[in-house]
Write a protein that binds this ligand. Structure first.
Ligand SMILES: O=C(O)Cc1cc(O)ccc1O
Ligand SMILES: [Fe+2]
Length: 444
């Protein structure tokens, strides 16, 4: 198969055509488009949004998207939940952690293989998010899908994905992510036979690059490392199904052709991928542990300054050099709600129990931090510069409390003893001796 091509940049005004002359020049709506194509605008922001956040693309397609087989019939997809979703379940708020979701044994495709773990906010107000896992083993061939409820940020953990979108083809592997804009038609295949990973469904304003403040013009996620596909299309006339998610409900319609028939497009509303290995972390180079916001790859603002609808944060391989400091995350309680996953390796706040494909949830104001083993190790280790290897955790951090689905609450993979990871944190206070720990405390 030919190598795929991508265009670099974040939020650029791109243009691409898969046939010469398919893209009109100097105007959007010629009286007759080249090759008999139809022009169609896809708006990702209100027409009148300020220039900096105004997003739309012009698609030149074989048939306009109105050409489907008739009505949108209601459909069911019971495992994909949408906020507000206050499922009844018995699980107390707790700090929660799950082992990896088992791979399916029966054939299941991408959209049927999505399971919602948490929902937050309210889709009707275009605020909040959902955290899902996907696990599937069957390719979408004549099935297509779009989600009107939000953009989808995919974080592969196992297996490569081939995501054929209206605007071109993206392939991603673990250590990369992909963002599919709200409303964009796609089909997804597992290039290695099966695939598993995480999804953040963002109901709010689109993901954007965080401001860097005094960091300046470089580092963290650099715009040129975001890759948008060149145009690609299917000219295919077979019975097809289009699945739609709209305000938490599912619908289905039929077509006699593939809806991925965009031959050329231009604009700034487009899917993209990003290789997390190109993230240039900036951290403490003398002492202390900074807030994890320094590792924000993408942020979806909420309208309130500094208060993200959802941040996508990673914990990549990096150097730890802080002197006379407790280097892992501190114990903390947070107004924001933290959903975490692990792509590979080990996370520095958890010596064991948090494994690739697993998940944890530390909800609004619930205390968490290093397990007892991690605390003891980090409190006594010789503080040489240390390269954290073999580690890629991430966090979906939202201003909204994350409500657990009943599915997540009842999963066999839920660890019933997670909170025990802190039980061996013993009292060291003696009220009389200030200064360093007594020698015997260092050996426990
Ligand atoms: O809870 C976590 O493990 C995530 C996290 C990491 C960190 O370095 C600081 C704060 C924080 O919430
Ligand atoms: Fe945290």
């Amino acid at each position: 198969m030919a190598a795929l091509h991508y265009m670099p940049g974040f939020g650029n005004d791109f243009e691409t055509e898969s046939l010469p002359g398919a893209l009109p020049q100097g105007q959007n709506s010629p009286q007759r488009c080249a090759y008999g194509l139809y022009a169609e605008q896809l708006s990702g922001s209100p027409f009148t949004a300020p220039r900096g956040i105004n997003e739309r693309s012009w698609l030149y397609r074989i048939r306009p998207s109105v050409k489907h087989g008739g009505r949108f019939a209601p459909a069911r997809r019971d495992h994909w939940k949408t906020a507000p979703n206050l499922d009844d379940h018995e699980l107390p708020i707790g700090q929660l952690r799950w082992n990896p979701t088992p791979m399916p044994k029966e054939p299941v495709n991408f959209i049927d293989g999505i399971r919602t773990m948490t929902t937050a906010g309210d889709v009707h107000g275009q605020a909040g998010m959902a955290a899902h896992v996907y696990a599937f083993n069957s390719d979408m061939v004549d099935d297509y899908f779009f989600n009107a409820d939000g953009e989808l940020l995919l974080v592969p953990e196992r297996g490569r994905l081939r995501i054929f979108t209206e605007m071109g083809i993206i392939e991603v592997e673990p250590s990369e992510i992909c963002v599919i804009p709200r409303g964009m038609m796609v089909k997804v295949a597992a290039l290695d036979g099966e695939a598993r990973g995480y999804i953040c469904e963002n109901y709010g304003a689109k993901f954007s690059l965080p401001d860097r403040g005094p960091i300046g013009a470089n580092c963290l996620a650099n715009p040129r490392d975001f890759k948008t596909p060149v145009a690609a299309y299917e000219d295919k006339e077979v019975p097809c199904r289009l699945h739609v998610k709209w305000c938490g409900k599912f619908y289905e319609t039929t077509l006699d052709h593939s809806p991925l028939d965009v031959v050329a497009w231009h604009g700034n509303y487009a899917p993209y991928k990003y290789d997390l290995r190109t993230f240039s972390p900036v951290g403490a180079i003398l002492f202390d542990h900074p807030d994890p916001s320094i590792f924000t790859v993408l942020t979806a603002p909420s309208g309130e300054e500094g208060t993200a609808n959802v941040d996508f944060v990673i914990f990549p391989p990096r150097w730890l050099v802080a002197e006379h400091s407790f280097r892992p995350p501190w114990y903390h309680r947070n107004i924001m709600s933290e959903f975490m996953g692990l792509v590979y390796g080990q996370y520095d706040a958890k010596e064991e129990g948090f494994v690739p494909g697993g998940m944890s949830l530390h909800n609004m104001m619930l205390p968490h931090g290093p397990d007892a083993m991690g605390f003891n190790k980090a409190s006594t280790v010789d503080l040489k510069p240390q390269r954290l290897e073999n580690t890629l955790a991430f966090m979906f951090e939202t201003r909204f409390p994350q409500h657990l689905t009943r599915f997540a609450a009842e999963l066999d993979s839920l660890q019933d003893n997670y909170a025990d990871c802190w039980k061996d944190l013993k009292k060291r206070f003696n009220g009389t001796v200030a200064g360093d720990w007594p020698e015997e405390a260092k050996n426990t």
